[in-house]
Design a protein around this ligand. Structure first.
Ligand SMILES: CC(C)(COP(=O)(O)OP(=O)(O)OC[C@H]1O[C@@H](n2cnc3c(N)ncnc32)[C@H](O)[C@@H]1O)[C@@H](O)C(=O)NCCC(=O)NCCS
Ligand SMILES: Nc1ncnc2c1ncn2[C@@H]1O[C@H](COP(=O)(O)OP(=O)(O)OP(=O)(O)O)[C@@H](O)[C@H]1O
Length: 191
């Protein structure tokens, strides 16, 4: 079974593309979502995050995502601390999930697949891209956040130029129909 990594900058269209692969019957693992589930379910992670970020990291027993985002996306050390706590746990969780799959290939979607080195465990890496101003506008519209809030996350991510050097396949996600056609072709190639 091939492990296919799928990544891209904030607002590039990772979730949009992953839904297209899922509609073709491909098992998909969305690291952001699984990371949040672990942050809310693992007592060990909770203890470590509270030690690093303070009691406000959790509100009513739930991860306080806005507080955590505001803390880590403007503080490199805190971001590295959170990543060091979360990513190994996500890696173990993904391995257990992958062992239960029986398809030709699975897709692991992660915003920072390159940044945290987990692309090295993938047989193929797909990069989803879109011009930065398009990505910023999409996220502002989707999340109702400010341009500077989106830029605060972008600055913690590699530029597309650096990711292109390591990607096997690049999906320029501008026109949705073109993206769908390319996903269909990639699925045939990987199956
Ligand atoms: C800080 C958190 C709680 C904010 O959650 P929230 O729902 O507000 O935002 P969301 O998770 O959708 O993030 C939006 C985008 O921010 C970017 N982003 C998220 N985590 C990171 C990170 N560690 N480094 C750089 N960019 C990141 C991605 O482009 C992501 O798609 C959450 O992003 C988080 O827990 N991040 C740290 C753990 C992590 O790295 N998760 C992602 C991959 S496993
Ligand atoms: N080709 C496209 N044309 C127009 N809108 C798009 C296109 N692709 C994605 N979008 C929209 O842009 C927004 C961001 O897309 P999506 O959520 O898939 O990006 P993402 O890479 O998963 O973002 P994040 O890193 O924040 O999780 C969404 O509202 C989505 O509906």
């Amino acid at each position: 079974m091939k492990i296919v990594g799928l990544t891209g900058g904030i607002g590039s269209g990772k979730t949009t593309v992953i839904k297209m692969f899922a509609a073709l019957g491909v098992p998909v693992y969305i690291a952001d979502i699984e990371a949040k589930k672990l942050m809310n379910s693992s007592p060990i992670i909770r203890e470590k995050l509270i030690k690093l970020l303070g009691n406000e990291a959790y509100q009513n027993d739930k991860l306080n995502r806005k507080f955590v985002a505001d803390k880590i996306f403007n503080n490199k050390n805190l971001l590295e601390g959170v990543n060091a706590i979360i990513h190994p746990e996500v890696g173990l969780h993904f391995d257990k999930w992958r062992e239960q799959q029986t398809s030709d290939y699975v897709i692991k979607e992660a915003a920072i697949l390159f940044e945290n080195g987990s692309y090295k465990n993938c047989d193929v890496v797909i990069l989803v891209t879109a011009p930065e101003e398009v990505r910023i506008a999409r996220v502002m519209k989707r999340d109702g956040v400010t341009k500077s809030q989106v830029e605060a996350r972008i600055k913690n991510q590699w530029p597309d130029s650096k990711k292109r050097e390591l990607a096997d396949i690049v999906i320029e996600n501008i026109d949705l129909e073109d993206t769908q056609n390319l996903v269909n072709d990639i699925h045939i190639y990987l199956s």
